[in-house]
Write a protein that binds this ligand. Structure first.
Ligand code: DP6
Length: 322
């Protein structure tokens, strides 16, 4: 086989990955837990061709060169090494979610690349092997390989730093309503953020407390205990943003509308609605709730000034060949 197409979902972290022990291997300072987002995926075709002098990358119809291409070639080189081949590849990748909607696509993109690329090279990798390969491209991509609710164990080395499912997608009817408050590109992305995480005096405390938060988050998912889940998810997001805001240089990702959404969510929960928020390295707010409240939450979010759009996603399956 020299051509293969794969599809992988984006994911939202409930316990966040922030900071690496090893930036080249992308070995994280802490484990993390996430849910795949079924509505939001990347589909990637990799085709190894003897006639190509260089790897080629086309994302959403646009040819990409420079740093974007180098990041892909880095993964293709690992695949070529494993498969013992020399051919360069054409990589065509499309996101089904609006580009510039502020949804990080590196997780779905590198998960789809790892699966399509390894398949096209004739390899048949296990799920942990695929997760490790995707991790080398983007840490969070390790979590878009398995399906449903996923944990990425920090591990001690490249061999044991991979993600696995802790529950199937249909285990719990959680819904992620993503309140889009800005579609513009962030100035400092997560890769640079991981580099400087340790400059924050709060990072050591965040890392030391992570096993406790992981245990609570994992248990509340398994027990479908929304209220305890809500408090640990908000605490984890707030702790990561405290680290970001106190690192050098300081990273301030929230916009006024992000705070407005978080305030509303806290108020709704005090009013008895099961709902909570979490925010990644950007201004958009992921509002988590249960299927029974999803329509109402989506409507209320759209009424908040500064919310431009709301994307709705449920728990998604694993990366797959299509
Ligand atoms: C805030 O996986 O995007 O979304 O490995 O440099 O690609 P790279 O970083 P990335 O970092 C994700 C950071 C986060 C939290 C999370 O998803 O766990």
């Amino acid at each position: 086989m020299t051509t293969a197409t794969a599809q992988a979902f984006a994911n939202i972290a409930f316990i966040k990955y922030w900071g690496n022990r090893d930036n080249t291997l992308r070995l994280p300072m802490n484990g993390s837990i996430s849910m795949n987002l079924d509505g939001l995926y990347t589909r990637t075709t990799v085709s190894f061709q003897p006639s190509l002098p260089f790897d080629e990358l086309i994302i959403n119809g646009h040819e990409i060169r420079g740093a974007g291409l180098e990041r892909i070639t880095y993964i293709l080189d690992i695949i070529r090494g494993m498969a013992n081949i020399r051919e360069r590849a054409e990589v065509m990748s499309d996101d089904n979610f609006p580009s510039g909607a502020g949804i990080a696509s590196s997780a779905s993109a590198f998960a789809a690349l790892a699966l399509a690329g390894s398949k096209a090279a004739g390899l048949s990798l296990s799920e942990p092997e695929l997760s490790r390969l995707a991790r080398r491209g983007s840490g969070s991509a390790s979590r878009s390989i398995p399906g449903g609710f996923v944990e990425w164990q920090a591990g001690t080395s490249d061999e044991d730093s991979f993600a696995f499912s802790i529950a199937e997608p249909n285990h719990w009817d959680l819904v992620d309503c993503v309140a889009i408050v800005s579609a513009s590109h962030k100035k400092i992305g997560s890769t640079e953020g991981h580099f400087i995480a340790s400059t924050s005096p709060l990072q050591a405390a965040r890392i030391a407390d992570t096993p406790r938060r992981l245990d609570i988050c994992r248990n509340t998912i398994l027990e479908r205990d929304f209220n305890t889940f809500a408090s640990i998810v908000e605490l984890d997001s707030d702790m990561m943003h405290a680290v970001m805001r106190t690192s050098t240089p300081a990273l301030h990702y929230w916009k006024p509308a992000s705070l407005e959404v978080m305030d509303c969510v806290r108020q709704w929960r005090m009013d008895g609605i099961p709902v909570c928020y979490t925010v990644d390295a950007g201004p958009n707010v992921h509002v988590l709730c249960l299927e029974t409240e999803a329509q109402q939450i989506e409507k209320q979010l759209r009424e908040i000034r500064g919310v431009n759009n709301v994307l709705v996603a449920r728990a998604g399956g694993p990366a797959k060949i299509v």
